[in-house]
Design a protein around this ligand. Structure first.
Ligand code: ACO
Length: 379
């Protein structure tokens, strides 16, 4: 049996959705650098699901269908209003809401190709509506419906803030969505595939994936990056803060990667965007601190920034609340999860690895009344 802690280096499936080869990330064979520079997020979703880039007409129809699918069942919106919303994390709300959304979908348990594509559209559109609706409801505002003439990126920012974003913000957010859309067999995608490989439904697969994304070693890192930057608060404090973190053997959020050895190709786009947005906002403190953190972590630890590091200052500059950073990751990544779920159904086999047993052996069972009652076992 092959043993690999954390499944490092294990090839668990074949896939044609995305690849990381020699530190180059591609979606369906297209370099993510090209997609980030030229494509809309809707185009990327289409590419991931339908395996080729859309024509203009296909893209228009796809975009319209996404907008038409975005409204939430009234029962779900009412339920969000009743949540103890000052205390709960939006990732918990999102995970719960996706699970509930299944109850409003008559096709939830229908695992045919046609039903799966229809559900894909509803899930993609409604997940972002849930994130925006929760953010507004907890501020005492009413949720907003998307506008027919806006892009997916602009619509999300509009549904969040109630204002149509300027061109720079829309472009930056679109790019962030493109860069987060898919990433081979990352932890949440693997979780989604494990879930649906039991022939469970797409809503269950996405709900499971959300649970995995939430953790700080995965999608939860972007919120923690911002927390770290806020704690540091000024460029001069970067060095002492990091030295203390190194001494305490703490992990620096937004750095390191299981697969990339010479750096995450998405990070440079986000660094560039962070610089640009800082300039537009007239506040370069977060960008400057991020650069200082990168320099020190790189030289002292040899670690490079991953996708989460600069997305923190990008989202902060877009005036997005910090606890929405990971849900926004999901707004994008659900497109990749769905592509992988569809692929898993196409050629399914139950995913069931083995564990090497290291526990006690050959234990003799003693009936409860005959056991030594003085023994205190801590659990
Ligand atoms: N800060 C400090 N040290 C680190 C970091 C970090 N961010 N990342 C790795 N290391 C060190 C580890 O302490 C370990 O050192 P050791 O061998 O002396 O014990 C060594 O590098 C290997 O690290 P592992 O955690 O074993 O690497 P793994 O491949 O399992 O983990 C991970 C990859 C989870 C991304 C890790 O680098 C990490 O925890 N980074 C911080 C969290 C983060 O940014 N997560 C987002 C990843 S991207 C994404 O999921 C969207």
């Amino acid at each position: 049996m092959v043993k690999a802690k954390g499944l490092e280096g294990v090839v668990a499936t074949t896939s044609s959705v995305s690849s990381i080869i020699d530190d180059v990330l591609t979606y369906r064979g297209y370099n993510v650098d090209d997609l980030a520079d030229h494509s809309s997020f809707e185009e990327v979703i289409y590419l991931l699901w339908y395996k080729s880039l859309p024509t203009l007409q296909q893209l228009t129809e796809f975009r319209n269908e996404l907008i038409e699918s975005a409204s939430l069942p009234s029962g779900l919106a009412a339920m969000i209003k009743n949540l103890p919303n000052e205390k709960v994390h939006p990732m918990s709300v999102l995970t719960t809401c996706i699970s509930i959304l299944a109850m409003y979908d008559e096709e939830a348990d229908e695992i045919t190709e046609e039903a799966n594509y229809r559900k894909a559209m509803r899930l993609q559109a409604r997940l972002s509506s849930i994130v925006a609706a929760f953010a507004r409801i907890r501020e005492g505002k009413e949720p907003l419906a998307p506008k027919a003439d806006l892009s997916f990126a602009a619509n999300f920012l509009y549904m969040l803030n109630g204002e149509v974003p300027d061109e720079v913000s829309e472009k930056a957010f679109n790019k962030a969505l493109v860069l987060h859309a898919d990433h081979e067999l990352n932890a949440s995608t693997f979780t989604a595939r494990v879930c649906v490989a039991t022939l469970s439904d797409m809503y269950s697969g996405v709900t499971a994936a959300l649970g995995a994304l939430k953790g700080p070693l995965h999608g939860g890192a972007n919120e923690r990056v911002m927390k770290m930057l806020a704690e540091i608060n000024e460029v001069d404090a970067v060095e002492p803060y990091l030295q203390k973190a190194f001494e305490n053997k703490e992990k620096i959020m937004g750095f390191g990667h299981r697969v990339y050895k010479d750096g995450d190709p998405r990070a440079k786009h986000l660094r560039e965007m962070s610089a640009q947005l800082a300039k537009v906002a007239g506040e370069d403190k977060w960008y400057n601190m991020s650069i200082a953190v990168e320099q020190i972590v790189r030289s002292e630890k040899g670690l490079l920034p991953n996708v989460d590091f600069y997305s923190a200052s990008v989202y902060h500059s877009l005036e997005i609340q910090h606890d929405l950073f990971t849900p926004i990751f999901a707004v994008s990544r659900v497109s990749g999860w769905i592509a992988h779920i569809l692929e898993q159904y196409e050629n399914n086999r139950l995913i069931r690895p083995r564990a090497e047993y290291i526990g006690l052996k050959h234990q003799t069972y003693i009936p409860i009344n005959e056991r030594d009652q003085s023994e205190v076992v801590s659990v």
